[in-house]
Structures are given as structure tokens and as C-alpha cells.
Design a protein around this ligand. Sequence first.
Ligand SMILES: Nc1ncnc2c1ncn2[C@@H]1O[C@H](COP(=O)(O)OP(=O)(O)OP(=O)(O)O)[C@@H](O)[C@H]1O
Ligand SMILES: [Mg+2]
Length: 262
Amino acid sequence: MTSNGSAVLQLEEVRRTYHLSRAVDVPALRGVSLTFVPGELVTIVGPSGSGKTTLLNVSGLLDHQDAGDVIVDGESTGALSDRERTRVRREKIGFVFQSFNLLPHLSAEENVAMPLRYGDAPKARPAAELLAHVGLAERRLHRPDELSGGEQQRVAIARALALDPPILLCDEPTGELDSETASGIHDLLGELRRAGKTLVVVTHNEELARIADRSIHMRDGVITDDGAKRSRRSAPGHKGSDGKRRPAKPKASGTAGRKRAR
Ligand SMILES: Nc1ncnc2c1ncn2[C@@H]1O[C@H](COP(=O)(O)OP(=O)(O)OP(=O)(O)O)[C@@H](O)[C@H]1O
Ligand SMILES: [Mg+2]
């Protein structure tokens, strides 16, 4: 396996087939290779059933590929034990889902603190601080049913950041939100990008696709466009969230947490 030094996440010829029965196989990923570097915001688009969620689950070690490798921050995970995979996932990856997945009987603060309950958490940030970071300091004692949809998604993002992972994987994070509320979530994702996180976001939202560094297109379990041409086309500058052209971002140096040139 070839590891790209500047990549924080790499997929190499990843295949995943669901076996519905002895006779029926559904090939959801059919040889996917992708590279993600620190501080990039990448959207994944494609028709329903094209393999986007499967790609996110395999990338985030929630699901295991049948062939190929997923390399997280330079560590090949293909041959790791379940226990080791859980360690890598906890240290490196945060997940945000369309339906927020908050525990209804817990407050915002308790939901954000959930990942801290299991095992060591050397890089953990206090839940109250994370909630303040997503603009919800005043809502920390509210339960999910006492929050708006956008606020619930911000709690879910704060929870995904609890262990300070370099990678955030989001599956249609604004799919259940109106466009104005979705814009607020996009601003937050843009801020996280500036802080050096790698954001991989499955979305149908065109506004987010516009502010992304690149868009990966999928169809029938393969990548039809990895967006690299578009990011080369837009060199030496790229568009900011306000649509204005920004100076070129520095080449990935392999240093996680670098700031973008803004
Ligand atoms: N648990 C499963 N068992 C069997 N087949 C599955 C399973 N999960 C997904 N599939 C199939 O794998 C293919 C890819 O599914 P996936 O959920 O990754 O698509 P998607 O691009 O996320 O779609 P959507 O936009 O509708 O969320 C589909 O054909 C789907 O029917
Ligand atoms: Mg999906």
C-alpha cells in the first residue's frame, strides 16, 4: 500500500458488497480510491443508492470493506482488530448524521459529553466549551425536544468534536433543515475547515457544494469525478463562502491543524 504523506484519510481500491442472500449480492463500492488532506471541505454527491453512505461508513471504520485499504492519518486499518479500529475511530473521526441521533432524555451538555464516557480521552474538550463554540452556551441544559432542528444539529456537531478528531464525516447534515438554518450549519462547517479539520460531507445542498474545495461525484459504487480538476481549475485562488475569490491555499504540508490562507 502506498501512503501519501500529506493525506489524513486515504481509500485505496475499496470494495464493499452487501450479501442479501446466497443469490443476491449488492456491490455498493466497486474499487474506490480517494485522498483527503487536512483542512479541506469536500462534498460527496450522487443519486440515491450510489454508495455515498457506504463510503462514509467504510471511511469512518463503522463498516468493514471486503477489499482494499482505508488509511487514517498514515495508519493502515485493513488488518486491524475490532478493538484497534475502535481506537482509531475514537481518536481520528467524528460523525454527524442527517437525523442528529441525539439521546432524547439527556441534556445538550450530556449528549455532547457522551463520547467522553468510554475509555481514555486525552484530547477531550469540556462539553460546555464545545457548546459555546457552536453558539449554544445558553441552551446547554435543554433536551433535544426543547431545541430547534438547527440547534440539535449543532449539538450533534459539538458531540462529534468532543474528542477533537482531525476528520469529520457528515451524512446529509442539513437534509432535515430549512435553507436558512442549513446556511448556519454550513458557516459552522466552514469555520471548522479554517481550524484545519478535514470535512467530508454527503449532501444534496448546492450552496455547500459551491463553498466546498471540491465535489466528489459517485454513481453505481464508483467515483465518476473526484473534483480534483475543479480544484486545479480554480487555482491559484478558490472561492470563499461569500463567493469571493481567495488567495491560493498553501500546499498540504502534512501538518494537521494548519490554518488556511484567508
Ligand atoms: N445494509 C444493507 N444491506 C443490503 N444492501 C444495502 C445495505 N445498505 C445499503 N445497501 C445497498 O447498497 C447500495 C448503496 O447504498 P447507500 O446507502 O450507500 O447509498 P446512498 O448513496 O447513501 O443513497 P441515499 O442517497 O439514498 O442515502 C444501494 O443499492 C443500497 O440498496
Ligand atoms: Mg445515504
